[in-house]
Design a protein around this ligand. Sequence first.
Ligand code: NAD
Ligand code: TYD
Length: 340
Amino acid sequence: MKLIVTGGAGFIGSAFVRMLLSRSDAPSVTVLDKLTYAGNLENLEPVAKMPGFGFVRGDIADLDAVNQLVASVQPDAIVHFAAESHVDRSIESPGAFFDTNLRGTFTLLEAARRHKVPRFVHVSTDEVYGSIDEPHDADEEYPLHTSSPYSASKAGSDLLVKSYFHTFQVPALITRASNNYGPYQFPEKLIPLMISNALEGKELPIYGDGMQIRDWLYVDDHCRGIEAVLRKGREGEIYNIGGNCSLPNREVVDRIIAQTGASRDQIKYVKDRPGHDRRYALTTEKLMRETGWEPQMDFDRGLAETVNWYRNNRAWIDRVRSGEYQRFYDQNYAGRGVAS
Ligand code: NAD
Ligand code: TYD
């Protein structure tokens, strides 16, 4: 099997590539990645010398480059992770979200259509369903209700994918996963930010009252779910992927404090995120029923593995945190002050 994996130098894409290439029957994998602030070739170092691995630096919104790559690789499938992925950044500067998540997805679909790529898996998010009141959970038919420029751009890309399936018969499938955590996650999202700040004795900035609820999915469980969809999913279908682990943010931070030995005094309640979704919740029954997939990682064990990884990879954190990230961090947190 020959795959093109977009965004394969990011958090989840690189975990997917490492998972596939660690096997004896590994497919050949060509990663297409622009190496934005979130893309890091170090994430692919464990597999960089494996036969069948290739890397191309490029923008998924560059139609000529994408067409050329697809024509030369002639993949059996494109697995599309590349995206601008962080809600706070989409509030600070939304433009890149539309360039990559919408135009980039459109460009890949055009290339898939033109070169008759046999399978296209579009990696999306449960954030497209928006905030959901208890006791409801979103299944794949749940209406789209987007709150942030990030979720709007992802929902838009999902609709584009569906349109290419219905109109041009591009054999596409969509996955919608809940919040991921695990090693190699850029320290801007809740769990890696809190772990790295906890380990360094820095403040732990909780937005608003910290009672927002997210479902937590270990990254390797997500990757196995995407592979299940790639191999067994039905074309034109959407598959939710959840970790069956709903927790309020405060509880997540408490568990990080317990595992890192940080002090509760490090917690700082800061001004809420604008448009903050209160609760995400999804059902994963369809994926389980149709493919036999289920999440395997218990949250406390997954968190322990993640904390260990961040403890042992301080140099990685220092490198990815330099430069552009520092500017974002200062801008995002400086003005927040203490929550009212
Ligand atoms: P990430 O931000 O860690 O990585 C994104 C990768 O895409 C980076 O390697 C970056 O360099 C690359 N990229 C960005 N713009 C590009 C462009 N124009 N051309 C080529 N490459 C480009 O993201 P992630 O957390 O690994 O998320 C991967 C996918 O999974 C995204 O589509 C995201 O929406 C989705 N998702 C993420 C989560 C989560 O909790 N992180 C949950 C559900 C779904
Ligand atoms: P995040 O990891 O950014 O993912 P998403 O917004 O896509 O769900 O945030 C997860 C939750 O944690 C969300 O409710 C916002 C909250 N949060 C904080 O309270 N403090 C922080 O510093 C960050 C980054 C997030």
